[in-house]
Design a protein around this ligand. Structure first.
Ligand code: SF4
Ligand code: SF4
Length: 96
């Protein structure tokens, strides 16, 4: 599913046990298991680099504390022009 990324994830490769729960649970399917092995002989999860929504489902599914970290990207603030107009009161300001 394509969409604007609102988050990103980082996987601690050496903490990951390659169970794949995060891969299966990710709604936009933006995680995958890497073909290479970590030091423990597991295929670690990795972020494909796009479409993460920052929902955190992968974090809550992961049985390994610290293996996966979710970052949310802050939305850009709305245009100041319309905000300043409503704060200053204008023809559409509510009558108090
Ligand atoms: S935070 Fe949500 S969208 Fe992002 S990788 Fe995890 S499950 Fe997928
Ligand atoms: S759920 Fe956790 S341990 Fe399992 S593959 Fe994903 S990051 Fe690795």
């Amino acid at each position: 599913m394509a969409g604007q990324a609102r988050g990103k994830v980082a996987v601690d490769v050496e903490e990951c046990k390659g169970c794949g729960l995060c891969v299966e649970s990710c709604p936009p399917k933006c995680l995958e298991l890497a073909p290479e092995l970590n030091v423990n002989g597991f295929h670690p999860a990795r972020y494909t680099g796009h479409d993460c929504t920052g929902c955190g489902i992968c974090f809550y599914c992961c049985p390994e504390p610290g293996a996966i970290t979710v970052y949310r990207i802050k939305a850009k603030p709305k245009a100041l022009a319309s905000t300043s107009t409503s704060l200053q009161g204008g023809e559409h300001a509510a009558a108090l």
